[in-house]
Ligand binder design. Sequence first.
Ligand SMILES: [Zn+2]
Length: 405
Amino acid sequence: MKFSKLIVVKNWKRYKSGSICITDGFFSEKSNDKINIDCNELIAYPSLINCHDHLVGNWLPKTAKNRPYKNTSVWVEDMKTSGSVIERNKFWTGNLSNLMENDGICMAMLGIYKNIFSGVTIVQDHIPVQNDEYYQSFPIEVISQYRQGHSITLGNWWGGMSLEDEMAETHNKIPFVIHLAEGIDDSAKSEFVALERMNLLRQNSLLVHCTAFTKSELKKIKDVDANIAWCPNSNIFLLDTTLDIDTILDLDINISLGTDSTLSGSINLLKELLFTKKLFSQLTPQLLFKMVTENPAKALKLKNYNGKIEIGKDANLLLTKKVTENPYENLLNIESKDIMLLLYRGIPIYGCVDFLKYFSWEAKNYFMFETDEEKMFVIGHPEEILMKIYKALGTQKHFDYIPFS
Ligand SMILES: [Zn+2]
């Protein structure tokens, strides 16, 4: 199929008017059928990558009764007894080591919808590594090839092996993800030394937060070509500060944006982009775009998607309305309702119902709803999750990231 009359953002440096062809789930040179979709000046982006989330943590409202914290290990304990988590526990209390038990998949799907409604088709879900069935349950990609640690300070309290054993399992080929230096106190500051001592600073390390790191420590991160995941909204909510972005930019460290869960972070990745732009004017819209496409593709070691529109690669496509002339700025100004079509490997995930007629699809696999302007579809059945939550709580629960609830 061919999508024509588009503004095509091929990557963080280049865009132009043109068309896109998709064949068998891949971006292709030509279309192998006669389907030609006039997109009337919509903007086409490679779909977005959320480099840090906790899918089962996407309850609301965000919570931090003793903020600002000097170290988020204190928040982790506060969070467990917060009103939000107590309410979530009425719906779901599961074992983080095995989310296929106790309907954990239903809770994780709620987090998947947060991502889908913000143009994301690939998510790094920071939890202990689950069985294959978990990762095969989702309509978009949840990174399955990784190992992890919760943090240096708390270790793997939530499940998994020792941090060293987890790293050993990566064989330096898949990401090792860990929260790091998420605070401003001596404990947070000491984590870099511990990271080095435990031999966890490597090119496949994805270091989340890094708030307490000094310039010389960041230089060492660059020296081994490790990666950083940045969640500025979560950091500033919990700590009133965030990492040293200017040094990271000067050193050209591979840095990607993530939302964290909504218990501490942004409502979704589009809101994270906007928040970051407002606070850090030195970040251009192009650079922010790179932080949700090419940079996380590299950090997560994706095989057939580089966060670009590239012939032969997975057709992960985001078509949006044009609300701002410059397409990179446009991404900072759109909301869920401005997404006209989201494809994951060529499969329609979310968008305007008018597009469905170009695909082979079954009505039972989609939920339809209306916004003020459009009739929309989304894959799966989020309304059934909301009904389960309603039954568990005895009242309606609204999630700001769901555009119809
Ligand atoms: Zn986190």
